[in-house]
Ligand binder design. Sequence first.
Ligand SMILES: Cc1ncc(COP(=O)(O)O)c(C=O)c1O
Length: 344
Amino acid sequence: MSCSDTQSSIQAPDSQALMQVHGGGIRQAAARYGIAEAEWLDLSTGINPYGYPAGEIPQAAWARLPESEDGLEAAAADYYGTTALLPVAGSQAAIQLLPALREGRARVGILEPSYNEHARAWRAAGHEVIPLSGDAVADAVPRLDVLVLVNPNNPTGQRFDGADLRAWHADLATRGGWLIVDEAFMDVTPEGSLAPDAPREGLVVLRSLGKFFGLAGARVGFVLAGEALRTRLADRLGPWSLAGPSRWVAARALADRAWQAETRRMLQARGQQLAELLRAHDLEPSGGTALFQWCRVDDPAGWQDHLGQQGILVRRFDAPGSLRFGLPGDPGEWRRLGAGLRRP
Ligand SMILES: Cc1ncc(COP(=O)(O)O)c(C=O)c1O
């Protein structure tokens, strides 16, 4: 059974339910429901609740201007399997800049639904965005100048096969086109990554330390691409685009193989646990990754409100009607979600 036509009994008190462009937004939720910020269980993002422990950051990381080649690039090259990389202040920084580096009015295929910042940025730069459903990508490629795929996709969890991605890239690249693959949620399954293919003309892979590493606040991401594109991006970003403490923490996280291996195992188990918990409440996930589950529902606003009244924040999508659940952290949070999912 797919997520739930059984939920129509849960009604939102008004049609306004919480508007969200992204996950997060606890302050807005706190004001709306009259529940203190500290009381909320925030499941509205796909951030690992058991993130990398930042540890004690040396004073020098705060005090000195950050320098490249301080260990961050080397650790990243080892982790991603390529030296063709540029650190950025979160992959969002690159998502916003890439459309400005593309001359003319490009025809840009972007998944729908997906992380909506891609479409927003390409539209804002004057390009033509062509929304694509997950199974329409192959047919669309010959008509596109740029293809942007989130792999695995957020929120649907859809994964794209490496052979398909390489074929689409080859097709685009012969025409001067780009394939941009946003791998923000790839770290649990690194075997699916195109990162080691970089550098290749017309291929851009985006990575983030915000999800698997749980370091969203540090604002660290990477662009894996050819040298010419990296240089143009670096010129636009200017010097010191990453803070010293962020560089310091990211270098350690990327080098810590034991933490990564253990975290991969743990997140895979937690992801399954979340899917089972949702299933037990008639919410059959339609897709997801280890870090979130995505459920189609008939009444997303009603569901969001039902959970919101109990201080549980989830991300709602209206097209198609669906909810995304991030991972609870400690056992108390799991219990709270289980209790919150019970229907009135
Ligand atoms: C698919 C995807 N890509 C990129 C980002 C941006 O992440 P960051 O800027 O923290 O690296 C997000 C954040 O939610 C995301 O979901």
